[in-house]
Ligand binder design. Structure first.
Ligand SMILES: [Zn+2]
Length: 385
């Protein structure tokens, strides 16, 4: 591969063993399957405990470790809890599937199109089994919609709107995985205000949103980790056909105060609790702990705003511009893998169709990417290694 791309004869590699020797003796590179439950904080603290000889500092790190463990266990207990009056939904950003799906080494280095953005919602506690009745997969292609807060909030809104709720349920608990920065969460909270005030049946009195501590998304929970393998056991929804993507971001900006002026520290909150107020409004409180309730519920809407009179935000039309260079990379990769005639090959017709729509829609060069799940893209690379 190197030789093929090296135009200068002098720089071409003559002996494979020369490079092989350097590679095997000068680098300390290992290949293996990454452990899915590795959390950087856990690794850091374990290392600190191991390396410290001073008893006092060692003790300090051991306490930190115990506290950290306690926090993530508290989150999982929330995820597992089962009660008559409680319905749990958990949402999970899955790794994106790439186009084209080829095993070539070159695929590591070229830009691929994330053809499917996957976002799953599971109904029920993590102790319940997985079936199409409780696993819902929202999927769309990279050139159709972004994978941003609007899309995620719209998928959750759709799921909440079609829920068949038992009369005994008064609380809906949403457990989110670590995807997306905290700052994006205000958009989901805005959407939930709308849902609670305008869409939810009268028996729903409270909505909770719970976030895991950094480093521990759902992956350690084997049930959720296995969703990827159980895609066929889910009900699939596609934006445009099954649901609309609404501009919940603009909605949040229109009706709510900026997170900095809320009555609790937004960035530190792990739990957000929305309740109906007597005046047909919604009260919100944020808690930094998973178990103690110390904050008080207050309005976060702008002065004079009643969420009950808010209107549904506008829809976001389908169609996302992709960088022309990226599309070219995909074409090159297909050519490399299937040969010059890939455009006429039957097995490539799917790619051919998708690529046609892509170039036909947009030809933009420099676009800002509004990725919601940056962290999960690395995972995919790790998996491939
Ligand atoms: Zn950890």
């Amino acid at each position: 591969m190197y030789n093929n791309e090296q135009p200068d004869e002098l720089l071409k590699l003559k002996k494979k063993t020369f490079f092989q020797k350097i590679f095997t003796t000068e680098y300390n590179i290992g290949f293996g399957t990454p452990t899915t439950d590795a959390c950087s904080k856990c690794i850091e603290l374990k290392g600190k405990v191991k390396n410290k000889t001073n008893a006092q500092t060692k003790n300090k790190f051991m306490t930190d470790m115990a506290f950290h463990k306690m926090r993530y266990k508290a989150f999982f207990r929330k995820l597992q809890e089962k009660r008559e009056d409680l319905l749990t939904l958990s949402f999970y950003c899955q790794k994106n599937l790439v186009l084209p799906k080829v095993q070539d080494q070159t695929a590591y280095y070229s830009r691929q199109i994330y053809i499917y953005n996957n976002f799953s919602i599971v109904k029920g506690s993590s102790k319940d089994g997985l079936s199409p009745e409780n696993v819902f997969c929202y999927t769309w292609m990279e050139h159709e919609h972004k994978k941003g807060a609007n899309e995620i909030a719209s998928a959750v809104f759709h799921q909440l709107s079609i829920l068949e709720l038992l009369a005994s349920v008064s609380t809906i608990r949403l457990c989110a995985d670590g995807c997306g920065g905290q700052n994006r969460n205000s958009i989901i909270i805005g959407m939930l205000h709308y849902f609670l005030a305008k869409v939810a049946p009268p028996n729903i009195k409270e909505i909770q949103v719970i976030f895991p501590i950094t480093g521990h998304s759902f992956l350690p929970d084997r049930v959720f980790a296995s969703i990827e393998k159980k895609l066929q056991h889910s009900t699939i929804f596609r934006p445009g056909t099954d649901l609309n993507i609404y501009d919940w971001k603009t909605f949040a900006e229109t009706y709510f105060k900026k997170t900095g002026s809320w009555h609790f520290k937004f960035n530190e909150a792990k739990r957000f609790i929305l309740t109906k107020s007597a005046q047909q409004n919604v009260l919100l409180r944020g808690e930094t702990s998973y178990n103690s309730d110390i904050s008080t519920g207050k309005l976060i809407v702008k002065k004079g705003i009643k969420i009950k009179s808010a209107t549904l935000p506008g829809q976001i039309p389908m169609g996302v511009a992709l960088k022309a260079v990226k599309i070219q990379d995909v074409k090159n990769l297909l050519k490399k893998h299937f040969g010059e005639t890939w455009t006429t090959m039957e097995e490539c017709s799917f790619y051919q169709n998708v690529l046609e729509t892509m170039t036909a829609i947009h030809e933009a060069e420099d676009l800002e990417q509004d990725e919601f799940c940056e962290g999960h893209e690395n995972e995919q690379l790790a998996d491939r290694v």
